[in-house]
Write a protein that binds this ligand. Structure first.
Ligand SMILES: [Zn+2]
Length: 115
C-alpha cells in the first residue's frame, strides 16, 4: 500500500488541535471552527475526508475536515471544519484565516462552535 505522505486520517484531524497540535482527549471540551465556503468553490474532492489549508502568514498547512455532502453539518452551512482544543486557539485561527488573501477566496464565513 502506498502511503500518501503528510496526509493525516480524518480521525486524527478530529482529535488534534489544528492550531497548536495538542491532542484532544475524549473527555475534554471540544471546539471547532465551522466554515462556510464561497459559492462556486468546489471542495467536492475532499468530501468525507480532509482538506489541506495553507496559512502563509505562519508558514503552516493545517487540515480541515470536510463532511460528506448529505451530512447535517453541510445542510447547516458548515462546509468544512477545523478542530481546536480551546477558545483561544479558535480565535487565533480565525484571526489568521482573516488575514489570508488566498483563504479569503475560499471562505465566506467562519464561526466558533463550542461543544
Ligand atoms: Zn490548541
Amino acid at each position: 500500500m502506498k502511503l500518501k505522505r503528510g496526509k493525516p486520517k480524518v480521525k486524527k484531524v478530529l482529535t488534534t488541535c489544528c492550531w497548536c497540535d495538542k491532542r484532544i482527549g475524549e473527555n475534554q471540551e471540544m471546539f471547532a471552527l465551522g466554515c462556510k465556503k464561497r459559492p462556486g468553490v468546489d471542495i467536492s474532492k475532499y468530501e468525507g475526508g480532509v482538506m489541506p489549508v495553507t496559512i502563509v502568514t505562519i508558514e503552516k498547512t493545517i487540515w480541515a475536515v470536510v463532511p460528506s455532502s448529505d451530512s447535517d453539518a453541510r445542510k447547516e452551512g458548515k462546509d468544512f471544519m477545523f478542530t481546536l482544543c480551546s477558545e483561544e486557539c479558535g480565535w487565533a485561527l480565525k484571526e489568521a484565516l482573516e488575514e489570508e488573501k488566498d483563504i479569503g477566496d475560499l471562505l465566506s464565513s467562519a464561526e466558533l462552535i463550542i461543544n
